[in-house]
Design a binder for this molecule. Structure first.
Ligand code: PSU
Ligand code: MN
Length: 301
């Protein structure tokens, strides 16, 4: 059964052995409003290209798992109102029924080993939700099973960050602070929580990743990058908005896949879009850092 379909640009990059950076699409379909999401998708691809790497935006279009999306396909995903959010378990339904959707961090990670890509940029990973013992993002088990470098600004701040970090430790995922000793809190640069190792250059990150996989551990290496100083939120401002958004989610009985998109958009409204600005700017920064790492690490042999 042939399920993957490559863009011309990604096929060429593979044949010329150019470094490739995977990008997810749930941030487009569920994370950001139109038309900002479309602009962001194009800007992230541009950032990757400017660093001399090739972007592979991954998503599902009409049941085809696309490794690299054409401009019109990205636009379709960005405009769609009722579209799937595809985590690991959701591919099967989408493929069998010929549906479309944005792939989450877990979904995108699932595809990477099949297509030989090992560097991936996103905004913030999912994690353990606050006060909800059984709401743990599928991003965490996926990180424990896929050998890739995942570049992010930590886990989304709406989550229980200490619990998320404990989970990453249990699942043997190194947390590499990129020019930082602290786990960033997505919108904010600090959280007071430690990383497991620090790296100050792309070369150092690549060295850590190679050593990790050489030890035979097949998990991801999580590279955490603080959001750009000029757009980051102060921790107190962020926490106040998050508390209110969480209370509303509970009152409205928001559950399952809808929790994360609801909280992100409420926090954006409550902070007068300051969190949205931080979100966009950290996504671009992560794409740049990922491209630098891909340059050094290359694709999977
Ligand atoms: N980063 C963003 N915005 C997003 C996401 C990440 O800046 O919307 C998405 C990612 O795709 C992540 C998903 O995998 O949210 C997590 O959803 P859940 O908590 O339901 O697993
Ligand atoms: Mn969940």
């Amino acid at each position: 059964m042939k399920i993957n379909s490559y863009s011309k640009e990604v096929l060429r990059a593979k044949s010329e052995n150019k470094p490739i950076v995977a990008l997810e699409t749930t941030v487009i379909t569920h994370g950001l409003p139109y038309p900002l999401n479309l602009e962001l998708a194009q800007d992230m691809e541009r950032e990757v290209r400017e660093q001399g790497a090739v972007p592979a935006t991954i998503g599902v279009v009409g049941g085809r798992v696309c490794i690299g999306l054409a401009e019109e396909e990205i636009e379709t995903l960005a405009k769609a109102e009722d579209i799937l959010k595809i985590s690991r378990r959701d591919f099967s339904g989408a493929i069998a029924k010929g549906l479309s959707g944005g792939t989450t961090v877990a979904g995108t990670l699932t595809v990477l080993p099949q297509v030989g890509i090992r560097v991936f940029a996103t905004g913030g990973i999912g994690g353990v939700h606050r006060g909800a013992a059984f709401d743990v993002s599928a991003d965490l088990p996926a990180l424990s099973q896929v050998p890739a470098v995942v570049v992010c600004a930590g886990a989304k701040a709406i989550l229980d960050l200490p619990a998320t970090i404990e989970y990453l430790e249990t699942m043997a995922v190194p947390v590499v602070g990129y020019k930082t000793d602290q786990f960033p809190a997505f919108y904010a640069r600090t959280s007071g929580l430690p990383v497991s190792v620090r790296a100050d250059t792309a070369e150092e990150v690549a060295g850590i990743a190679r050593a990790h996989w050489a030890m035979g551990v097949q998990s991801a290496v999580l590279v955490v990058v603080p959001p750009p100083e000029e757009d980051a939120l102060a921790e107190e401002v962020m926490e106040e908005a998050i508390d209110q958004a969480l209370e509303e989610a509970q009152n409205l009985k928001i559950r399952g896949q809808r929790v994360t998109p609801f909280l992100l958009s409420r926090v954006s409204e409550l902070t007068g879009e300051a969190s949205l600005k931080a979100n966009l700017s950290l996504l671009l920064k992560n794409a740049r850092v990922a491209a630098k790492i891909a340059q050094v690490l290359g694709n999977r042999e």
